[in-house]
Design a protein around this ligand. Structure first.
Ligand code: SF4
Length: 82
């Protein structure tokens, strides 16, 4: 009788701890997951994109515009010249 209760208690506590662990991991994952939506991003450098540490990965409109401008103003390498 006592052995059955101990086994049952162990299984119940194991199941409870497993469920709580999974819920904790899921909650942590949902809090820390990377969001690619530009609406949730915030500028970290007062929209001064030149020299910003996250410029290459930034998806804010100012950074996208700056990247387009840089691409348009960069010298074109003509493959036929070499
Ligand atoms: S690159 Fe992005 S975070 Fe950096 S200044 Fe520009 S808009 Fe802001």
């Amino acid at each position: 009788m006592f052995e059955n209760q101990t086994r049952r208690g162990f299984i119940q506590s194991f199941a409870r701890n497993t469920v709580l662990s999974i819920l904790g991991l899921l909650g942590g994952f949902l809090l820390l997951r990377k969001r690619d939506d530009a609406s949730v991003h915030t500028c970290i450098n007062e929209f001064i994109c030149h020299g910003c540490g996250v410029f290459n990965k930034c998806i804010l409109p100012q950074a996208v515009s700056a990247k387009k401008s840089m691409k348009l103003n960069s010298p074109q390498i003509d493959k036929h010249d070499s």
